[in-house]
Ligand binder design. Structure first.
Ligand code: NOJ
Ligand code: MG
Length: 539
């Protein structure tokens, strides 16, 4: 009945990224060291002891490159440098060295789809139609009505085309007008971006998270996107008015991604994770059809699923079934573009989520602050920073709430900055911060730490087969098995007690409430409200 028919590897046969727990840091929001209210690289360096205490293995950092910061660093003017806001290249090298000394690894965000409109490449490209870099970006003549070349929409609102008066043509941008798309049909762009990867790989980074990879290439005929039949005016955000048939997930994009992977593979033991078209019917193909592509196409399914045992059971099953043979799964429960899970499902269920994340088959990812149960922080209208919310207001799209800074202790600004934090710290910082939760041995923070340690000590959780069980009565269950070891994990999605029959005699190893000692069990296990348990089944 195992749903993944593979001969079972030993943990030591796996690659490091298959054994790892990956922790996302948005550097602006982690730790400020110079009082400007924005986090930086020396700040992260200072907090490495915390990361070691927590037990994570890998950090992926949102972009750290020079940028006008119109989209929080995803608008880059130099891919091979560090923005002074974050520090210097020396600070970067120091951080990477120190991480490696401590056995931690580092992934950078790689943004191949677009640059800042201030990038020297774009300044050249827009300077004249004859400029050698003209074709590094996507330029087109006006449409027959004198307006944009076609109906394509920017994800951040309005037409995806902006007219440039100097040359009278339009350039394409999947995101902000200040983020022109590179032309991935141009081999010179491939070569330049391959050199960017090599620059960082030579410095020793352990890999990348590739931004917006599904939108690298658009239809070369510029065919109009069709209307989305599910679009409801006033309810659906206007950028979703059309289906992205001709702008998203085009077959040619896979070739570019495979080329990037080949560059990565010039260096031993690196990893490529990617922001992809994550729909269940598409995610599998981002591992590469024929040529290898991503090791870890990011899977956000748990964040997009209604939070009940049956829905989550189905999500796990559909996702695992959608993966090609030998593909390694992954699970992401937070990120800088996503509502915080604790806000959506509540603090009690955030513990159930933690136990789910760290017992599922595949590499777990979470976002700094998830381990504290940080919820979305309310942002008063005058404090909104996110361009998405400014351009498409009123649809709950603001990403500032999940980007509120990390809280370290009960001091001023929770120890994040001695200055003015660039986003509000949130109303509950004095109760919900690292120092406070470290002193509470049953806190969510301790649960994350304990689960990470437990996972490392149990080959079944890292390398073991996953065997689903039928979830009943709001309790989601599955087994993880490796060699002679058989673990059963049961998670109660209800805020009321539940009783579960066991398939044999068992020992309780851990409760998500962190208040039970290991104990032998009879024919059933009693779960309290919102409780998850890990059991060892006897043969
Ligand atoms: C995806 C990133 O995660 C998001 O924050 C950004 O706005 C867009 N890509 C554009 O780079
Ligand atoms: Mg700073």
């Amino acid at each position: 009945m195992s749903d993944r028919k593979q001969s079972q590897p030993e943990v030591s046969d796996l690659e490091w990224w298959q054994r790892a727990v990956i922790y996302q840091i948005a550097p602006l929001s982690f730790q400020d060291s110079d009082g400007d209210g924005k986090g930086d690289l020396p700040g992260i360096l200072r907090r490495l002891p915390y990361l070691e205490w927590l037990g994570i293995d890998v950090v992926w950092l949102c972009p750290i490159h020079p940028s006008p910061m119109l989209d929080f660093g995803y608008d880059i003017t130099d891919f091979c440098a560090v923005d002074p806001l974050f520090g210097t290249l020396d600070d970067f090298d120091r951080l990477l060295d120190e991480m490696h000394v401590r056995g931690l690894r580092l992934l950078l965000d790689f943004v191949p789809n677009h640059t800042s409109s201030q990038h020297p490449w774009f300044l050249e490209s827009r300077s004249s139609r004859a400029n050698p870099r003209r074709d590094w970006y996507i330029w087109a003549d006006a449409g027959p009505d004198g307006g944009p070349p076609n109906n394509w929409l920017s994800r951040f609102g309005g037409s995806a085309w902006t007219r440039d008066d100097r040359t009278g043509q339009y350039y394409y941008h999947a995101f902000l007008a200040e983020q022109p798309d590179l032309n991935w049909r141009n081999p010179e762009v491939h070569a330049a971006m391959a050199e960017v990867l090599r620059f960082w790989l030579r410095r020793g980074v352990d890999g990348f998270r590739v931004d917006a990879s599904a939108v690298l290439i658009e239809d070369d005929l510029l065919r109009d996107d069709p209307p989305d039949p599910d679009y409801e005016p006033g309810k659906t955000p206007p950028p979703q008015r059309l289906l992205r048939t001709f702008t998203d997930d085009r077959p040619e994009a896979m070739e570019c991604l495979a080329m990037l992977r080949a560059v990565l593979d010039e260096f031993p033991k690196r990893v490529m994770a990617g922001e992809v078209q994550g729909k269940t019917d598409r995610i599998g193909h981002f591992y590469g059809d024929g040529r290898p592509c991503f090791h870890l196409p990011l899977n956000f399914a748990l964040l997009d699923t209604p939070w009940d045992a049956l829905a989550v059971q189905a999500t796990i099953d559909s996702y695992l079934r959608a993966l090609p043979d030998q593909a390694w799964p992954d699970w992401v429960v937070g990120g800088h573009d996503k509502r915080r899970a604790a806000a959506r499902i509540g603090q009690a269920q955030a513990r159930v989520l933690a136990m789910l994340l760290l017992t599922l088959p595949g590499t777990p990812f979470f976002f700094a602050g998830d381990e504290l149960g940080m919820a979305d922080v309310p942002i008063p209208p005058e404090a909104v920073q996110d361009p998405f919310e400014k351009l498409v207001p009123g649809y709950g799209l603001n990403r500032d709430p999940e980007r509120s800074p990390m809280r370290w202790d009960a001091s001023r600004n929770a120890g994040f900055t001695s200055g003015q934090p660039y986003l509000p710290m949130g109303p509950d910082v004095t109760e919900r911060n690292v120092a406070r939760l470290q002193q509470a041995p049953r806190s969510l923070l301790w649960l994350y730490r304990s689960l990470i340690r437990f996972r490392k000590s149990e080959p079944a959780l890292i390398a073991g087969a996953h065997q689903p069980m039928r979830s009943v009565d709001d309790v989601l269950m599955f087994m993880r098995m490796h060699g002679d070891s058989k673990l059963m994990v049961a998670r109660n999605f209800a805020s009321a007690a539940r009783q579960i029959a066991l398939p044999g005699s068992a020992e309780l190893l851990m409760s998500s409430h962190l208040d039970r000692e290991p104990e032998p069990l009879g024919a059933t296990v009693a779960l309290r409200a919102d409780e998850g348990v890990i059991l060892r089944l006897r043969k």
